[in-house]
Design a protein around this ligand. Structure first.
Ligand code: NDP
Ligand code: PYR
Ligand code: MG
Length: 641
């Protein structure tokens, strides 16, 4: 089994970055011209810009390296395109080699401002007549978009409206998302993104990320070079085999990396141009999709074994070769029979993070640390029972045990004994050891076999019940009543996504526990009224963690992920829960503060990277919170000269 104990991630063997001169020459991408305009405000636009582009391109060719020289030396989130340095007095030019002005500018989502182009900009960039006369502010655009958006009653229509906006005007999309995060998160993310993936073939309009299929075997490096952006800092990759709790959606899983990366930008401030969504298509075992004429992926059953491993290895090698040592690769929604192995195999050679195992562990631990303020006791004084012993379940269990063990100085194996897991065959007990998958073995404790969850609840008497099964409505009335019968304040987390797979609803949790449950769920539920009191539940979702966690890795130039960073992120998130939140029974802060929260998480993760000697951005910034905030992408419009 993969240990979350950091040592497995530390054995680093650096793979050199190399790239041939001819490859570099054939890939002179356009956007850096904008960079130079920003760093050369007093120079004549055009001329010198191009000269500097050539210098940096030549340097890249001479070095044989595709890695940006500034970022290699200093790390951090560089404002490569000058997008964030420009102000009213210090404008940038929206020129690229391929997109200069006029109609093309209106079709370029990175630079388009729609009706917000000023009169001066309309003159300077050949936009006269291409837009109606009115000039409006970004704020008015937001107001109008939200007005239009709210006309859609069907969640999938809302999702498609958001995707259309992202493709039309990127800054407006992110400003809208940031300013209305609580309303829009359920649209671009769980639960609606689940439905979008199920119907992705039907709604597919334009590619939003890279598709790497078995057809590209032997040519993955070439495929990576087809992506228009050169400087990538975060990749979210899936093979589509376990999309939320919806199972194998094959190539249509692409909605997940796209959604996760939107959150990296909106919630964590990673520049959109530095984000790359990737879906690896090795086929699907989903018969419905194989028979669906609109399916967009390979129409074959999943490749497994050596064929799968070779493709993944080529991918991992190509990523490092193309983007360097410090690109963060986030594995997302792989099935557990691959997820643990991939994390173990590449944890020592790449900057990898499995969101379902590690991100979920960190967010749940944060919620539990916060919940202790409401229920009292230490972690070690509580007893935990999970429904679901896969990536999320065992990942969370291991991080809780690690934290417990650190707090009590009791060995990890001993701490694990406070934690019990139930899978589809019942309670994980010693007598099942022979047939258990590797990652479940540490959780086999001495106990007679128990098949049903409700019987396990009655036998183990947990204080904390965590659902991570992907199986909806499994926390029945009997289960929750049992929890409430021996706990004054039972902690109940129904983590499974999307809403249809949630182990119970918020209403069920509060009603069946007579309003005593401390409840949070993976997908959001609205407020619930019970006995004249309104209960607001939190969202226990890794979206609280991965954006800030990734930002922390990037700003410190971290080269490996370590479990202590996950613990640091948990502490940082738990510290953001205010007394006001606690008074409402919440164990997570509201998402409306998420950018501030992400900066704090990033700061703690980066601090841990420095402490562990895993950071390469030197010297360490004095104030990491301020530094993290200063690195965050802002979607306000820039003035174009
Ligand atoms: N809120 C959040 O941030 C996150 C939520 N999740 C959600 O958690 C769920 C599980 O994800 P993950 O751990 O990756 O999935 P896995 O497939 O790795 O694990 C699922 C586990 O649940 C067990 N299981 C499935 N159905 C039942 C059932 N009816 N009764 C008892 N046990 C059952 C499986 O048993 P067996 O091993 O015997 O097959 C397995 O142990 C998904 O819905 C996902 O969306 C995941 C990550 C983050
Ligand atoms: C939230 C998430 O990562 C999942 O449900 O898979
Ligand atoms: Mg996931």
């Amino acid at each position: 089994m993969i240990s979350l104990n950091g040592s497995s991630f530390l054995n680093n063997s650096l793979v050199g970055v190399s790239r041939s001169l001819s490859q570099s020459q054939s890939r002179v991408h356009a956007r850096p011209v904008v960079v130079v305009a920003a760093s050369n405000p007093n120079g004549r636009p055009g001329e010198r810009n191009v000269t500097v582009l050539m210098e940096s391109t030549l340097k890249e060719m001479r070095d044989g390296s595709s890695v940006d020289p500034i970022s290699t030396v200093g790390g951090g989130v560089d404002d490569v395109y000058g997008e964030d340095r420009a102000t009213e007095d210090h404008p940038v030019t929206p020129w690229t080699v391929s997109v200069a002005s006029g109609y093309s500018l209106l079709r370029d989502p990175h630079h388009n401002k729609g009706l917000a182009f000023s009169e001066k900009e309309r003159d300077a960039h050949f936009l006269r007549g291409l837009l109606p006369p009115v000039v409006i502010s970004q704020e008015l655009q937001i107001k109008k978009m939200m007005h239009n958006f709210r006309q859609y009653q069907v969640p999938l229509q809302r999702y498609m409206a958001m995707m259309d906006l992202q493709e039309m005007n990127e800054r407006l999309f992110y400003k809208l998302l940031i300013d209305n995060v609580e309303e829009l998160l359920p649209v671009v993310y769980t639960p609606t993104v689940g439905e979008a993936c199920q119907k992705y073939g039907c709604i597919f309009k334009r590619p939003q990320g890279l598709f790497i299929s078995l057809k590209e075997k032997g040519r993955i490096l070439e495929v990576l070079k087809n992506w228009p952006q050169r400087k990538i800092q975060v990749i979210v990759v899936t093979d589509g085999e376990r999309i939320l709790g919806l199972g194998d959606l094959g190539c249509q899983g692409m909605g997940i990396p796209v959604g996760k990366l939107s959150l990296y930008t909106a919630l964590g401030g990673i520049r959109p141009s530095a984000c790359l969504p990737i879906t690896i298509d090795v086929g699907t075992n989903n018969e419905n999709l194989l028979n669906d004429e609109f399916y967009i992926g390979l129409r074959q059953r999943r490749a497994t074994g050596q064929e799968y491993a070779e493709l993944l290895h080529e991918f991992m090698t190509a990523v490092k070769q193309n983007y360097g040592e410090k690109v963060l690769i986030q594995f997302e929604d792989f099935a557990n029979h691959n997820a643990f192995d991939l994390l173990a195999k590449y944890g020592n050679t790449h900057l990898v993070f499995n969101d379902d195992i590690q991100g979920t562990a960190s967010v749940v631990l944060a919620g539990l640390i916060a919940a202790l303020k409401l229920v009292g006791g230490t972690l070690a004084e509580h007893t935990f029972l999970f429904l679901g012993a896969g990536e999320a379940g065992t990942g969370i269990a291991e991080l809780i045990a690690l934290e417990m063990s650190k707090q009590t100085e009791v060995p990890l194996e001993e701490s694990r004994k406070k934690i019990w897991l139930v899978d589809s065959k019942g309670l994980i007990v010693n007598s099942r050891m022979e047939t258990l998958q590797q990652f479940k073995k540490p959780w086999a404790h001495e106990h007679e076999p128990v098949e049903e969850l409700v019987d396990a609840v009655k036998a183990i008497k947990p204080t904390v019940l965590i659902g991570s099964s992907g199986a909806g409505r499994t926390f029945t009335k009997e289960v929750i009543e049992a929890m409430a019968s021996f706990n004054e304040k039972p902690i109940i987390l129904a983590l499974s996504n999307p809403t249809s797979q949630s182990e119970c609803t918020a209403e069920e949790a509060y009603t069946w526990s007579q309003g005593r449950a401390i409840f949070a769920s993976g997908s959001p539920f609205g407020p619930v009224e019970y006995n004249g009191k309104v209960y607001v539940s939190g969202q226990a979702n890794n979206a609280y963690i991965f954006p800030g966690f990734g930002l922390g890795l990037i700003i410190s130039g971290a080269i490996r992920v370590h479990d202590d960073m996950l613990l640091a992120a948990s502490e940082a998130l738990a510290a953001e829960v205010s007394q006001d939140n606690f008074d409402k029974g919440l164990i997570y802060p509201p998402f409306s503060n998420i950018r501030k929260i992400s900066a704090h998480i990033a700061s703690e993760v980066a601090a841990k990277a420095y402490e562990l000697g895993l950071a390469t951005r030197l010297p360490q910034p004095e104030n990491l919170v301020t530094y993290a905030e200063s690195c965050m992408y802002s979607p306000s419009y820039r003035s174009y000269r």
